[in-house]
Design a protein around this ligand. Sequence first.
Ligand code: ATR
Length: 276
Amino acid sequence: MGKLFGLLGHPVGHSMSPVMHNDMFTLLGLNHHYQAFDVEPDKLKTAVDGIKALGISGFNITIPHKVDIMEQLDHIDDEAKEIGAVNTVVNDKGKLIGYNTDGRGFVTSLKQAAGEDLSKQSILIVGAGGAARAIFISLVNMGNTKVDIANRTLEKAEQLIQATTKVTKSKAITIIEAEKCLDQYDIIINTTSVGMSPNIDQIPISLELLKPGTVLADIIYNPLETKWLRIGKEKGAITQNGVGMFVGQGALAFEKWTGQTPDLKRMEQVVIQQLS
Ligand code: ATR
């Protein structure tokens, strides 16, 4: 029997998730459907009660509900607890289980550019907000011991370094410090909104000292190639745009819901088509 999946957010009008998931259901011959629901913050509990009553099989959560949803769930996976936010819920026979696929989804996509084993690589995350937190926690939990964080507000980077209980060699640094030792990093990830449309002329960190062959990943997908990635490419970096993280988190959610592995390349094509 076909199952129903959804997205709860506010607003959700421009979400690329419905087309991406529905295309993959069709491709794999699954009679399922994914629907976006615009849920205002004061209606979140009512929406979740409705999901339970209707037996909706699973759903994604996006802004502004990723933290507040946690109160409404029956169980939360350890990594999602550590990240402090949930973006994917599985309805397991009436029990709602919360996960966060943002960090691991990003790491899965990063491996396409940086290779399977990231554990020996020296990594720099620029930014210390919600997206940085998901990526940092997942990287550390997946065995990476050197993941530094550079942020405009140093205290936020320090708090993030302390958010993991794992022993690491990671440290919080200022943007200026990071610029001075940029050539020490094998992978640099921009998690800030700097460079996003309409401010497409801004870059989050200078790439003057970038060494060729460094992997540069941006989580911005509007524009598809930020100025920062373009400069990096000209200096010999291997670049990855923000479609990777979006598709990665969606693919992991898809696996949790259906038990099937989706075609990442196809999902990527569908998303790029929507963006253009
Ligand atoms: P998200 O949840 O999408 O990660 P967020 O929590 O608002 O968003 O985090 C935004 C990040 O981008 C922060 O690290 C922020 O730096 P501060 O902690 O100093 O605020 C960073 N950021 C946003 N605009 C910036 C700008 N113009 N220059 C430098 N950093 C910026």
